[in-house]
Design a protein around this ligand. Structure first.
Ligand code: GLU
Ligand code: ZN
Length: 464
């Protein structure tokens, strides 16, 4: 059975790079009817914070990246001790009592000789334990080359000479990342590890640990890091980093998931994926090694596509936090129709919410450019005529509304835009807005008529 995991360290908010890693692991597990686990790597007592764990869980929940199980490394000390004992018993780990000063001096000497700094094995063969003296625990690095296969990078090879007897437990008793990470992956039966390629050297060390424990390593897939448009590693300079900031900007979770999964993975030239499609189609063979550049405009485009795809009812739920509560009556079901009219023309939930504000407040002013262009003396008479026709029309019938416009167009030999645009400006204040009949029907007769009367009074329009 396929089992993957996402293993964030709660030393900061969930950022989009972390979310992408979670997404890859989640969909790979689900595509293979496997399990996806969440592991909070909070062994670093100084830097880990509860608020960050909370924010990470909140971000994942918002994206519906649901975990089958969750564990906290801070509660697993006993398990790590047990594994440590195993290494001691096999003679594969040892206590190192070297002082900071000695190690610093060693480092300087090695640098002077032009060598890479590495531990010299000074305490490797000590016979006796020294009482009352601080120590770290190191592994005895085998003198064998380190090889592993990576789904994205192919055959990876490291010489053992690039490493030393690295530390697995600090002098305060806390364990190092590589050690706990491997033990938990063994204990939880993790079969596949998908993560950023900044971990490749860690992986070499981890492969050594698997060997010491006589266990086989999982399948690895190291994906390229997300870069900003200037091709440097994504950071604050490139704008919002935290997943919850995207939520607050009005990005749909499905859109963010869709956008991020395409950074390092593709399926032909398909761009828009629903969750169900991803569960069906995601595979690790299609992960790729090309630079994953974060493009905010493309994210907006993907978001607009998901806004169009979503049912108006569900979309309304997502849009509510962005809507003016004093103004909209959520109980009224005209709102669903109103949302529907904005679906083809909003890139974010914020735009959707502000774009439909006119349904509940009549425009305070008219957009200058559009008003100057369309509110001309010559349309005054046709608009008065239209208004009379509308007063007689049934606003629940699109046909009757259409007929009123058609009669006006015919009588004054005018094209639809010449009449529709002034009406659109009158109803919404803007010249870009939903279809005229749908707006009239949603606004209803009284409200529509009073807004059209007002726009007629504003003709000829003068710039303020
Ligand atoms: N806690 C590690 C990190 O956040 C986990 C890396 C891994 O997936 O093994 O980078
Ligand atoms: Zn030592």
């Amino acid at each position: 059975m396929v089992r993957t995991r996402f293993a964030p360290s709660p030393t900061g908010h969930l950022h989009i790079g972390g979310l992408r890693t979670a997404i890859f692991n989640y969909f790979f597990a689900k595509a293979n009817i496997g399990e996806f686990l969440l592991r909070i790597e909070d062994t670093d007592r100084e830097r880990s914070r509860k608020e960050y764990t909370k924010a990470i869980l909140e971000g994942l929940k918002w994206c519906s990246i649901d975990w089958d199980d969750i564990c906290y490394q801070s509660k697993r000390q006993d398990i790590y001790e047990k594994y440590l004992k195993e290494l001691f018993d096999k003679g594969l780990a040892y206590r190192c009592y070297c002082s900071k000063e000695r190690l610093e001096k060693l480092k300087q000497e090695q640098i002077e000789k032009g060598e890479n700094p590495h531990y010299d094995g000074h305490c490797r063969n000590l016979k006796e334990e020294i009482k009352d003296k601080d120590f770290v625990v190191r592994i005895k690095l085998p003198s064998e080359d380190i090889d592993f296969k990576d789904v994205v990078h192919g055959d990876m090879h490291f010489s053992y000479k690039e490493f030393d007897d690295f530390i697995i437990r600090r002098s305060d008793g806390s364990f190092m990342y590589n050690f706990t990470n491997v033990i938990d992956d063994i204990e939880c039966g993790i079969t596949h590890v998908i993560r950023g390629d900044d971990h490749l050297t860690n992986t070499a060390k981890q492969v050594v640990l698997y060997r010491l424990f006589s266990k086989s390593a999982p399948v690895y897939a190291h994906v390229p890091m997300i870069l900003g448009e200037d091709k440097t590693r994504l950071s604050k300079r490139h704008g919002a980093q935290s997943v919850l900031e995207y939520r607050d900007m009005g990005i749909l979770p499905d859109a963010l998931v869709n956008y991020l999964i395409r950074l390092g993975w593709s399926y032909g030239d398909k761009e828009i994926f629903t969750k169900d499609e991803l569960i069906e189609l995601f595979n690790i063979e299609n992960l790729n090694n090309s630079a994953a550049v974060f493009n905010p405009e493309k994210l907006l485009w993907v978001n607009a596509e998901h806004i169009k795809l979503m049912s108006p009812k569900k979309l309304l739920e997502y849009a509510k936090p962005f809507m003016d509560r004093r103004c909209f009556d959520y109980e009224n079901n005209y709102l669903i129709r109103a949302v529907e009219t904005m679906q083809p023309r909003a890139a974010t939930l914020k735009e959707l919410a502000s774009g439909m504000l006119f349904y509940c407040v009549s425009p305070k002013e008219y957009e200058q450019k559009g008003a100057k262009k369309y509110l001309k003396e010559s349309v005054k008479e046709p608009l008065v005529f239209l208004l009379e026709r509308l007063k007689e029309a049934d606003f629940n019938s699109e046909d009757e509304l259409k007929k009123a416009f058609e009669e006006t167009m015919e009588k004054f030999e005018l094209k639809m835009v010449k009449i529709a645009q002034p009406v659109r400006i009158g109803l919404t204040g803007r010249s870009a807005a939903p279809g005229i009949y749908e707006m009239l029907m949603i606004l209803g007769k009284d409200e529509s008529i009073s807004r059209i009367e007002r726009v007629i009074d504003a003709i000829p329009f003068r710039l303020s």
